[in-house]
Design a protein. Structure first.
Length: 120
């Protein structure tokens, strides 16, 4: 699956539509085109900027078995401490993590450490 944004050259698009409607000036189609042109030029159809990944080279990353989204160890620890209401939690990187549950930062589900998938 390719999630890359495919930008559209709005000027080329508008020029193409205008060339197709050239003979239809003063018709409802022409007025609809002019309305669409205004919206396009005002940016009404521009795509959202894709989010910047927060994962850096060397980060240990865990995937949630519930939502399959990957998050860094720090994100799991923060979500768990927020869910527990305390900063005194077993850190996901600690040797006692196997005996603990952690909160997924993406979907909020509570997951057993043994079910988390370490992403290499």
């Amino acid at each position: 699956m390719n999630n890359q944004v495919k930008p559209t050259d709005t000027q080329k698009l508008l020029h193409w539509i205008e060339s197709k409607l050239e003979a239809t000036r003063l018709t409802p189609a022409w007025f609809a085109y002019r309305e669409m042109q205004k919206k396009v030029l005002l940016g009404a159809f521009e795509t959202d900027t894709p989010p910047v990944p927060t994962i850096k080279l060397g980060d240990k990353v865990f995937a949630c078995p519930n939502c399959q989204e990957a998050s860094t160890a720090g994100e799991w620890n923060l979500a768990t401490s927020d869910a527990c209401g305390t900063h005194e939690i077993t850190l996901i990187e600690s040797k006692h993590a196997e005996e603990s549950f952690f909160t997924c930062p993406k979907c909020g589900s509570e997951e057993d450490y043994g079910l988390l998938v370490v992403v290499e």
